[in-house]
Structures are given as C-alpha cells and as structure tokens.
Design a protein around this ligand. Structure first.
Ligand code: NAD
Ligand code: ZN
Length: 385
C-alpha cells in the first residue's frame, strides 16, 4: 500500500485560535497555498464581502472584471461584492448562469466567451467567481482558456466549495458522457471566504459540504476529527467560533495536499476517499435526488468498512466515522441496488484511471493510503448495500 508520508502534526483548530485574529466579534484567518509563482492565500472572515471585493480588486489589478455567479447567490451577494470590486476602479460586468451542475457545460462555456467579448475583456481583464463549485469550476475554466488564460479569484459560498472545490486549481466542465471530462489546472490568484454567506445555504447543502470537511479530517488530521466530534452540531448551526477554525483547518489540509501534489500524481488521490462508491451511486441516481456530499458520506462509511475488513485500520474506525456523519444528518447506507450495478459503475472509474482503481483506505482516523484493487476486490462477491 502506498501511504500518506509522515507529516508534522498540527495543533487542533481550538489550540490554534491564535492564528485567527479576533476583535470586536470579527474573526479572520488566512491559509497559504504555496505553489512557487502560483502561490496564493485563502482568506477567511465574517461579514466582509464588500472588503473582499476591494481586496480582490487590488490583487487582480484588472481593468475589467467578469463576475460569474448563479441566480440565488447573485441576488443576495452580487451587488455587495460588485461594489467592492468596482471600488478598485475596475469595470465590473455580472454574468449569471443558471443554477445546477448542468451549467458546467460546453454550451454555457461558449456563452461565457460571448459575454467576455461583448464586455470587452482582454489580457488585462480578470474573472471572479461567486457561488458554489459549479460557478467556480465553470468560471475558472473560462478564465483558464479565454485568451489562453486570464487571472481569476474565487469567492466560494457553499461549505463544499470553501473546503474543497475553490482550492487547488482544478477547473472544468462536464460532457454528456461524464462529469469533469474537460478541464484545466488554473490556480486562482486568491480565495476569499465570508462565512456569513453560509446562513442562506439550505441545511441539506450545508450538511453535504460537511461530508467533505469530515473527509479532510478522516484522511489527514485525527485531532480535527476529535475536535469535530465535540462540535459538529455547532458547526451545522454556523457558530462562527466553530465554523471559522474548522474551515481554516480544512483549507490548510487541502492546501498542503495540493502543495505536495499539484497535478494529482499520488497524494492528491487521498482526497478521493469515499469517492469510488460515491461516483457509482451518483451514476445510478443520474445525479438526481442525491447530493455529491451525501454520496461521499455513504462512500466513506463503505471505504472505512472495507479498510477494516482488509486489515488496514483498527476495528471501530468505521463506527466513529459513521456516527459523526449521522450526527451531521448525512446518509450512510448505499441505495438498494444489485451488486453488479455498482460493479459496472466502478468499472467505468477504472477505465478513467488507466486500468486500476486507486482505492483510498483509512489506516485509522486521521491517516489514509491507497491500494490498487480490481472492482471485484472492492466489492467482494457477498457484498450487499
Ligand atoms: N474543482 C474541484 O477541485 C472540485 C472539488 C469538488 C467538487 N467540485 C465540483 O463542485 C460542484 C459542486 O459544488 P457545490 O456543492 O458547491 O454545488 P453548487 O455550486 O451547485 O451549489 C449548491 C447549491 O447551493 C446554492 N448556493 C450556493 N451558495 C449559496 C448561498 N450562500 N446561499 C444560498 N444558496 C447557495 C447554489 O445556487 C446551488 O443551488 C460539482 O460540480 C463538483 O464537480 C469541484
Ligand atoms: Zn467530493
């Protein structure tokens, strides 16, 4: 098994509160993504959307900025962010794409290029994405490809995008044949998080994103996991004293993994923990009725169970993970479908990965590794959902 290499233990978010500056109820934190000349900061704070706009404006130094977002988010947060961006002297054009994963399409992408040209975007222009992973992936890919690439910044507004999608530079769109089949690595110039935007995120979306937060802790940071075991309800209720340090730590984990493996040669695969079965579940549900994070929750419990059965992790690991996810209101049992249906979906993942599935196993809470397995080894003959 290839395992996660030794790393310095980091203090739990609670012990680390000193890194976040506090004063008059304001909380701030910052995480560096160190990638040589592509380095950037993830800045976290509360009630500071207009300030974020001004900071991005200064950082990008663009004459024109295309602000790409989705309707709900545009209505609530678009004007405030745009006001901040405009304060830097940039001309800001808002582009609203329809909600949902279907917007990550070549058709929407072509529409964005049209709008960029209408707005007069050139090499001195930039893109800002405001929204969840859909706005970020689509807008980021448009920025990666327009005029062979212009700068962009991310303002994620879902838990999932804050802890996962906005960091690391993966951008792209879906094809009819599958998700994320066309894309590019294009690192943002900065990621700016206002945790107050999570207040309007529907609870089910909040919980789904929390699955990726739990994932980060499960594969990398036992202390964060234990810290979350004491506070998961407060996190979901959006207590800023819990949300900010939890997101800060999750961003730091993602940043560290990406720093060591920007282009997914090995380590970055650990972030796929729970995703083998999750992808199979999503394929069969045709991406309807189940959110990505929900499928990941189910997939993580399954992968933890297999990790125990294969002798990689001690008994009790799966139970701890399952209990935390259930407290977050997430599903943990795979939909009732025949084993062969899951097998065929997993076989598609195998093709994409070049004939092998790099199945992520836990070595206990807080550590993970990958093993190359055939679909039949992942789902043994007597396996039932
Ligand atoms: N690039 C990466 O590394 C990476 C990693 C993980 C996931 N992803 C991608 O991210 C996408 C999923 O992201 P997501 O879960 O954020 O989905 P999403 O962008 O569709 O957002 C989920 C829903 O929440 C709404 N919303 C967003 N912010 C809101 C707010 N503050 N208040 C109210 N409503 C709000 C959106 O309108 C949408 O309906 C997938 O396409 C996935 O492939 C990318
Ligand atoms: Zn995921």
């Amino acid at each position: 098994m290839s395992t996660s290499p030794k790393r310095k233990r980091s203090p739990s978010p609670g012990a680390k509160a000193g890194s976040a500056s506090k004063g008059r109820g304001r909380l701030r934190a910052s995480v560096s993504v160190d990638l040589a000349e592509r380095s950037y900061q993830v800045e976290l704070g509360r009630d500071w959307l207009e300030t974020i706009g001004r900071r991005i404006g200064r950082r990008l130094e663009a004459e024109r900025i295309a602000l790409i977002t989705v309707p709900t988010v545009a209505r609530r947060y678009g004007p405030t962010l745009a006001r901040g961006l405009a304060a830097s002297g940039a001309r800001v054009g808002r582009i609203v794409v329809p909600d949902g994963d279907a917007s990550k399409s070549l058709a929407q992408l072509a529409g964005l290029y049209d709008r960029f040209l209408e707005q007069g975007l050139d090499r001195h222009s930039a893109v800002v994405t405001l929204g969840g992973g859909v706005a970020g992936d689509l807008g980021g890919f448009a920025a990666a490809t327009f005029l062979r690439g212009i700068p962009f910044a991310q303002v994620p507004t879902t838990v999932l995008a804050m802890v996962d999608a906005s960091i690391g530079g993966k951008t792209g769109v879906n094809l009819a044949q599958g998700k994320n089949l066309v894309g590019a690595f294009h690192q943002p110039r900065g990621v700016y998080i206002d945790i107050e935007t999570l207040r309007t995120l529907p609870p089910r979306q909040r919980a789904a994103g929390t699955a990726e937060l739990v994932k980060a802790a499960a594969i990398w940071d036992a202390e964060l996991f234990a810290w979350l075991e004491d506070r998961i309800e407060a996190f979901l209720a959006l207590d800023p004293k819990v949300v900010l340090p939890a997101l800060e730590r999750a961003c730091a984990i993602k940043a560290e993994v990406v720093r060591r493996d920007e282009r997914e040669g090995g380590l970055r695969r650990l972030l796929n923990f729970g995703h083998t079965l999750a992808h199979a579940i999503e394929t069969h549900a045709r991406y309807r009725g189940i959110l990505h994070g929900e499928a990941v929750a189910i997939g993580m419990v399954f992968a933890a169970e297999r990790s125990e059965a294969l002798g990689f992790s001690p008994t009790g690991t799966r139970a701890r993970l399952q209990s935390l996810l259930e407290r977050a209101g997430l599903p943990t049992r795979a939909p009732d479908r025949p084993r062969r249906a899951y097998l065929s979906a997993i076989a598609v993942d195998k093709k994409k990965q070049g004939g092998k599935i790099h199945f992520v196993v836990l070595e206990g809470i807080g550590a993970a590794g990958t093993v190359a397995l055939a679909p039949e080894e992942i789902l043994p003959p007597r396996w039932r959902p």
